[in-house]
Design a protein around this ligand. Sequence first.
Ligand code: GDD
Ligand code: MG
Length: 367
Amino acid sequence: MQAVILVGGEGTRLRPLTSTVPKPVLPLVDRPFIVHMLEWLKRHGVEDVVMSCGFLATSVHNVLGDGSQHGLRIRYVEEPDPRGTAGALKFAESFLDERFLMLNGDVLTDLDLTEQVAQHERTGATGTLALVPVDDPTAYGLVRLTEENAVREFVEKPPADQIDTNLISAGAYVLERSVLDLVPADRNVSIEREVWPRLVGAGLYGCPHRGAYWLDIGTPRRYLQATFDIIEGKVRTAVADRLGDTYLAVDGTATIHGRVIPPAVVERGVEVAAGAHVGSLVVLGDGVRVGARCVVERSVVLQGAEIGADCVLRDCIVGPGTQVGDRTSVTDGAVLGEGVTIGADNVIANGAKVFPHVDLPDGALSF
Ligand code: GDD
Ligand code: MG
């Protein structure tokens, strides 16, 4: 089976994390986000992947290569300018098989693609959309179905007063190649706004996946949620297998003088000083240092970051190589970008975002 993954978005809402790294290769727990997707696809029989790239395409290529490391064949298509979700597919046309999967590249899910392909075959569909229930469909594509699971209506980003179902398009489709005939070449085309409406009544079906895990990881809070859900085993990933029944992975090269409370992941060469309290729901990337008496909870500290003594990190993301001075607290959705330096005695909270390589002096910020 072949899969096309759309990874052309800029990931603006995940800045400053995505200021230096594109969203698909942002580390999520212990591997690039997109690798979780590739592992999921592989479990459902995918062996051939086409990456439809735009923004920072070379770094995606550098991380994944030809895919052999993941037991896949991966090829890359780079649009000269953003073509939109259908335009990107059209641009990849010469790579595509008679039937393929198409995936939005920003979703963490374990939904059952094998079942979706089976339904697609049973109904003889031209396109089958994965559907999941969400509390608030306004940010998604709302889908109304007939009793036979044919799509009756597709409404992208529906206004709040038009919501009469909680089923939305999950961004995972089974498509016949003939769908490409509906897409004009050489311009920006939205599959959601220009293609699905035309396929209604002409072979477009929905496959509801109730009970599956599904999350669009597009914001810092959702990125943290995805991290917690992976290490708590709420979504099926290879990380859950790595953590096992203890929900804890501490690399053998880590030096731990304080305490680590699961679920937690502590990677190579990490140092946790005496009296520090790490966890639960924490990921410390390679080479991270946590100073004496720190409290780190519900947070992700990326590779090489150094946290001084007596700091509090809670519900935050600390970018790679960032330095945090003594007695500073970083809490409540704050995100520090790559290579930031925060002096001692600062308070960073309320979803504050500090952009890459910013240098904040001692005591510069409080709330
Ligand atoms: N190559 C390429 N070129 N990729 C693109 C482009 C483009 O011009 N525009 C968007 N993408 C990629 C994004 O990187 C993302 O992986 C995917 O296409 C979807 O775009 P988003 O911008 O994330 O759309 P959305 O989240 O607002 O809505 C979409 O996803 C929802 C599920 O998360 C729609 O498909 C909705 O219908 C759906 O419910
Ligand atoms: Mg999205």
